[in-house]
Design a protein around this ligand. Structure first.
Ligand SMILES: [Zn+2]
Ligand SMILES: [Zn+2]
Length: 363
């Protein structure tokens, strides 16, 4: 029997710091590598048969790594979390939210609930958007979020959640990026109804959004960051982007991630980027204190929190798809090494790279 999904997580933007669209040079390198691979696999006749049907081509491409068949994506952070019987939940509004906006417009035109896992008419047009923090790569997509511009019967209700600061109100932080002369449409002129929910840094609360329970935890990053754990019907997803490790796995993150099925973790840097080894992809300036982490600390955190699926994200913009896959191979080798230690006996860990369009379905 196929179980009904409790939570459907879709990644719409997984790039760190700044959007990094594929360059013409990178596309050409993929084309060369793909043609070389086809030749190595015996040529088109052997792979596809005489007919070369579209389906066979599609199947073959699916069997290849994303470096050859597509890309991990250049858009900055945005995650959609559909929870059964809850309004639609989003984390961050990086440039990936532009594509999600188009998908939400499709749902609205089809007269569907904006959350396909919910059928409550009262929340049909509601979106709950949780900000991890306010660095530009986590909010710059919102002015391009098409549903925010709908008026009349399709007007959206957007609930914003983010860190309360002493300097600025949440609404001011968000409206700031749309001030003249930075953007032609002022925040106040967007037709959607907006509700700001400020989250206190020190008194951690658990929030309820329909059937979903959401807990947040402050972690280490310039100007601070929140990790979010979203729970529903026995499933839990923890999202921890833009966080820097310490000399031991961060007990705050371990506590909030415990019991999760999936942990998303900031692995922007390879260990050599972090210390600034000569010849590293990010140059030889040490990235210590820049607010990001590595796959090694992601693996250690996932193991300590006993989370079986680790998704590495906030990809370094300087790293291309081939280099990301090299990092994944190293992360998986490190995970195997850590799993062989006596203290990790009986634990399991699958390590993946975050990719635009990738879905984790928890059922
Ligand atoms: Zn970031
Ligand atoms: Zn940041």
């Amino acid at each position: 029997m196929v179980r009904k999904p409790v939570m459907n997580i879709t990644f719409w933007g997984v790039r760190g710091s700044v959007p990094a669209p594929l360059t013409a040079r990178q596309i050409r390198e993929k084309q060369i590598a793909l043609i070389e691979r086809i030749i190595k696999d015996g040529g088109t006749k052997k792979i596809f048969g005489a007919a070369s049907a579209n389906e066979a081509i599609e199947e073959y491409l699916k069997s290849l790594p994303p470096s050859l068949s597509g890309t991990y994506g250049g858009d900055t952070t945005c995650v959609e979390v559909q929870v059964a019987d809850a309004p639609l939940i989003l984390i961050d509004a990086g440039t990936g939210i532009r594509h999600l906006g188009r998908e939400i417009m499709r749902r609205l035109i089809a007269r569907e609930h904006v959350n396909p896992l919910c059928c409550d008419e009262r929340t049909k047009h509601d979106i709950h958007l949780f900000f991890t923090h306010f660095h530009w790569d986590h909010l710059q997509g919102f002015p391009f979020f098409a549903p925010g511009f709908l008026a009349g019967n399709n007007r959206m209700n957007v609930h914003f959640y983010g860190k309360k600061t002493t300097q600025q109100r949440l609404a001011d932080v968000l409206s700031g990026q749309q001030e003249c002369p930075n953007f032609p449409v002022a925040w106040d002129d967007m037709p959607c109804d907006r509700f700001a929910h400020e989250l206190h840094r020190l008194d951690r609360e658990t929030l309820h959004v329909g059937a979903a329970t959401i807990t947040y935890q402050e972690l280490t990053h310039p100007d601070a960051v929140f990790a979010y754990a979203i729970e529903a019907a026995g499933h839990k997803f923890t999202f921890a982007t833009d966080t820097e490790h310490k000399s031991v796995p961060d007990s705050r993150l371990i506590n909030i991630a415990k019991g999760s099925t999936v942990l998303y973790y900031d692995a922007q840097y390879a260990p050599e980027d972090y210390v600034g080894t000569k010849g590293s992809v990010t140059g030889n300036t040490p990235k210590f204190d820049w607010g990001h982490s590595t796959y090694e600390w992601g693996v250690r955190t996932a193991l300590e929190a006993s989370v079986p699926i680790l998704i590495l994200g906030h990809h370094e913009p300087a790293r291309d798809d081939f280099q990301l896959e090299e990092l994944l191979v190293r992360a998986q080798a490190y995970s195997r090494k850590m799993l062989s230690l006596p203290e990790n006996k009986g634990k399991q860990l699958t390590v993946k790279l975050a990719q635009d369009g990738h879905q984790e379905i928890l059922a």
